[in-house]
Write a protein that binds this ligand. Structure first.
Ligand SMILES: O=C(O)c1ccc[n+]([C@@H]2O[C@H](COP(=O)([O-])O)[C@@H](O)[C@H]2O)c1
Ligand SMILES: Cc1cc2nc[nH]c2cc1C
Length: 358
């Protein structure tokens, strides 16, 4: 099977969530010992997952956090507050268990899987999955970030990672990423896919000041101008290849692989949001598998979530990435499922008038 066939067959196998199971789950939730809708968004999480899984009797989740890492050629345009070498450095912190996402994954009882999709100088970390497609993308302000074949291979690696985890019993996947310069890539991808201005999608990333953000906007404008002249703006795969990045492609693949197997995916911040947007453009029904963990202060993130029709669970002004927000939301999902499967019903308490008086 060629790479393109794997991608194509995955996309074609993605079906919408079950409308019938959604009704059943909502009816089950309505019977619980509480006023209707009183657990708010927590109820929606549980009923959406039931609808995706096609069953109301959901098991306690077995979660994994998948962090995809890669370098970005556009970092050479001076768009990050940190040097490119930090990408590789953080892989060591993920491996040693001291990075934020490692701490939060442990706190959530989740396995942490870190994959190198194209870090220029990866450290020797035994637990790191080597899925390197190329050592970083090209500078997308000057030339296509990668070829369509490379983008397809990275997507396929993501599909493979999702499938392996699910075959191993994982039934909840949280997305994370690491890549210096990747907020610029995500800003350009979001602007290209949503048709909005660079100024609407560029934020401070790792800590740029106002002057540096203005420079970032001009670099994203340059990426978009080059991209438009290559005439590929309505083709999500070509757009991904033109703008990058390798980890974004792999994360879009993780979403597609999970959606195909009807496993929910917690989307983290702005960069994983860009990956979710790519997945949604490739397979619109994949949005049924997505749960927005939190809202990043990056201005393009709210635009992505609106386009995906997702409401973030948390708004803690977290802007770290790594999957930190997604890892944090795992316990909310676990609790939402417990509400659906463990809460008593009025009927189970015995006969009584339980309807509201008004
Ligand atoms: O997830 C987010 O919304 C987010 C917002 C700002 C920064 N980040 C992280 O910071 C890095 C990219 O920032 P930058 O400034 O180098 O483009 C990358 O490793 C991301 O994980 C992540
Ligand atoms: C230190 C550091 C940690 C990160 N984690 C995700 N992106 C990051 C960027 C920096 C700079």
């Amino acid at each position: 099977m060629t790479d393109l066939t794997i991608l194509k067959s995955t996309i074609e196998a993605i079906r919408p969530a079950s409308a019938q199971t959604l009704q059943e789950a909502m009816a089950a939730m309505a019977d619980k010992v509480k006023p209707l809708g009183s657990l708010g968004h927590l109820e929606d999480i549980a009923t959406r997952i039931a609808s995706l899984r096609g069953r109301v009797d959901l098991p306690e989740p077995t979660p994994a956090v998948v962090v995809c890492a890669a370098d970005h050629g556009v970092a050479s345009q001076g768009v990050s507050a940190f040097p490119q070498a930090v990408t590789g450095l953080m892989l060591t912190a993920f491996g040693s268990g001291g990075a934020a996402v490692a701490v939060l994954s442990r706190a959530a009882g989740a396995r942490l899987v870190v994959a190198d999709l194209g870090v220029i100088d990866p450290p020797a970390v035994p637990s790191l999955l080597d899925r390197s497609v190329r050592p970083g993308t090209a500078d997308s302000a000057l030339e296509p970030a990668m070829t369509v074949a490379e983008a397809t291979l990275a997507l396929e690696h993501g599909i493979g990672i999702a499938h392996e985890l699910i075959d191993d019993g994982v039934d909840l996947i949280a997305l994370g990423e690491m890549g210096i310069g990747n907020t610029t890539t995500a800003s350009a991808l979001t602007a290209a896919l949503l048709g909005c201005d660079a100024a609407a999608t560029c934020g401070r990333g790792t800590g740029l000041d106002d002057v540096q953000v203005a420079h970032k906007v001009s670099v994203v404008d340059q990426i978009l101008a080059r991209h438009a002249t290559s005439g590929v703006s309505n083709d999500p795969l070509a757009t991904l290849a033109s703008i990058g990045g390798l980890e974004v492609a792999a994360l879009a693949g993780v979403v597609l692989g999970a959606a195909e197997r009807r496993i929910p995916v917690l989307v983290d911040g702005f960069i994983t949001g860009a990956a979710a947007l790519v997945a949604a453009r490739l397979a619109p029904a994949s949005t049924d598998a997505m749960i927005a963990a939190h809202l990043s202060p990056e201005p393009g993130h709210a635009l992505q979530l609106a386009a995906l029709g997702l409401r973030p669970l948390l708004d803690l002004e977290m802007r770290l990435g790594e999957g930190s927000g997604a890892a944090l939301a795992i316990n909310l999902v676990r609790s939402a499922i417990a509400v659906l499967t463990e809460m008593a019903t009025f009927a189970s308490l015995g006969p009584a008038e339980t309807s509201p008086v008004a």
